[in-house]
Design a protein around this ligand. Structure first.
Ligand code: ADP
Ligand code: MG
Length: 446
């Protein structure tokens, strides 16, 4: 029958779409929001889905519908529209009451690796780290409440929050600590609303000593959740309970957040985590290699610290891949195998800077002329900047030594090699050289 064939096709289409959504959003989000969606049918160019309830439908419409549509279209370009309705049949009610049963478990699991012991401190995160320690070690509420941690993706916000929770759990097992993502907070709240159980919802937070909410930028724009968060927040602060919040932006930069909530969030201590520096990346790699009980040569670690500057999560991932590869194939980790194993990642981190840009920036930085980069002049005042530019060309572009030599007034590749070695030496000897290189690298990266 034509109908059943079409139905199987639709089911397959939906399965493929779900797999891609899982890939796109990760397990947590997928399980909470996307997996519960069911496919109904396709009517001409409109694909119809069913969500378990109205809150979820609204949330999915606001946050995931566009992506779902894009994926569906790429699977079947007849689909132009997406319609999500609310499905309220019996099996759904059965599932919902199961959900209600695990409601008391508000706090999320803590990652055992995210402790203070495993946190490498450097310039970019020292303030955030000190503040987190202070909160963790205070017998009472720290002088700053709330503690607001912010910084880009993968820079250690969640790690610090879990570290605080572990510390308190280990030293004061009877203090009640709740850690949860803003998304989960919202989800719990929406469920409470649905089951008209907001009293129980509030009750859970009332008895808490320390409340941590991760990624609060997530609740921006969701007015009723913001409202609830604001009240919970005020109630806890009034009772002198510690609150710790993280976000990807400073309180004042949080878009779609009510002004009074923004200002409330900024009341305590606002500590930001800056993008990583080369030193911090290297320190983290050394610590991780040690934890993995693997010997990785300093050259390889330096290479990774240079090349992967996006964030710490990616840096860790790179090291794990290199180590896993060497364990599996039983070969030693060398620069070559590292480059081979990480080819795709390195390409993504490639800054695609040209040698011309490097020459221009370096000349500007050291106040010499761009033409000095090509000239035969050997005076130290121009020779050193030229060497720096050669070094950066080697580090930041995929060009070979002879190619680089040609760009610097037709110099020999041994001259370039010499320059690279010289700058590496100077970076060890002189702090100022390290700083110059780091600064230039940063300017060129953007
Ligand atoms: P964020 O929450 O800011 O996106 P995470 O806290 O999830 O970032 O950190 C990403 C990864 O990097 C985690 O595996 C974490 O353990 C690691 N990491 C971040 N900062 C550090 C640090 N200073 N020392 C050691 N590991 C770190
Ligand atoms: Mg995080």
């Amino acid at each position: 029958m034509a109908y059943s064939a079409a139905k199987t096709d639709l089911d397959d289409l939906w399965k493929r779409t779900q797999m891609r959504l899982l890939d796109e959003y990760g397990e947590g989000t997928y399980a909470s929001w996307l997996k519960p969606l069911a496919i109904i049918d396709q009517q001409e160019d409109c694909l119809r889905l069913a969500a378990p309830n109205a809150f979820m439908r609204e949330w999915i419409n606001n946050n995931y519908a566009a992506k779902i549509k894009t994926i569906l279209q790429s699977e079947n370009n007849d689909i132009q529209r997406l319609e999500i309705s609310v499905n309220s049949n019996d099996s759904d009610m059965a599932r919902s009451s199961e959900v209600l049963l695990d409601m008391p478990e508000v706090s999320s699991n803590l990652d055992p690796r995210f402790t203070f012991d495993n946190f490498v401190v450097g310039k970019p995160n020292e303030l955030a780290h000190a503040a987190a320690r202070k909160v963790a070690e205070s017998e009472t509420v720290a002088t700053f409440n709330p503690l607001f941690l912010y910084g880009g993706v993968g820079l250690g916000k969640t790690h610090l929050m879990h570290a605080i929770a572990w510390h308190i759990k280990n030293n004061h097992p009877n203090r009640k600590v709740i850690y949860l993502s803003a998304e989960k907070f919202m989800y719990q709240f929406i469920r409470a609303l649905r089951f008209k159980d907001t009293v129980a919802f509030k009750e859970q937070f009332r008895s808490v000593d320390v409340l941590m909410i991760d990624d609060v930028q997530f609740i921006s724009g969701k007015d009723s959740t913001q409202e609830e968060f604001f009240h919970t927040f005020n109630a806890l602060v009034d009772q002198n309970r510690q609150i710790i919040v993280s976000a990807d932006k400073s309180p004042s930069d949080l878009e779609g957040m009510e002004d009074r909530l923004k200002s409330r969030l900024g009341w305590g201590l606002v500590a930001d985590i800056h993008p990583t520096t080369y030193e911090l990346r290297l320190g983290i790699l050394q610590a991780k290699a040690e934890q993995m009980e693997t010997v990785v040569s300093p050259k390889v670690l330096e290479f990774l610290a240079h090349k992967i500057s996006s964030n710490i999560r990616e840096l860790e991932g790179a090291l794990t891949r290199v180590v896993a590869h060497s364990t599996l194939v039983g070969r030693e980790i060398t620069l070559d195998t590292t480059q081979e194993v990480l080819r795709d990642l390195l390409r993504a981190n490639d800054r695609r800077v040209s040698i011309d840009e490097i020459q221009k920036k370096v000349a500007e930085y050291f106040s010499v002329r761009v033409s000095d980069m090509h000239s035969p002049r050997r005076a130290r005042t121009v020779a050193r900047p030229r060497q720096v530019a050669m070094y950066l060309s080697k580090q930041l572009t995929p060009r070979s030594l002879p190619e680089i030599g040609r760009k610097f007034g037709g110099r020999d590749h041994t001259t370039v090699l010499h320059a690279v070695k010289k700058i590496e030496e100077l970076m060890v000897e002189e702090k100022s050289m390290c700083e110059d290189i780091e600064l230039l690298r940063r300017m060129l990266e953007n």
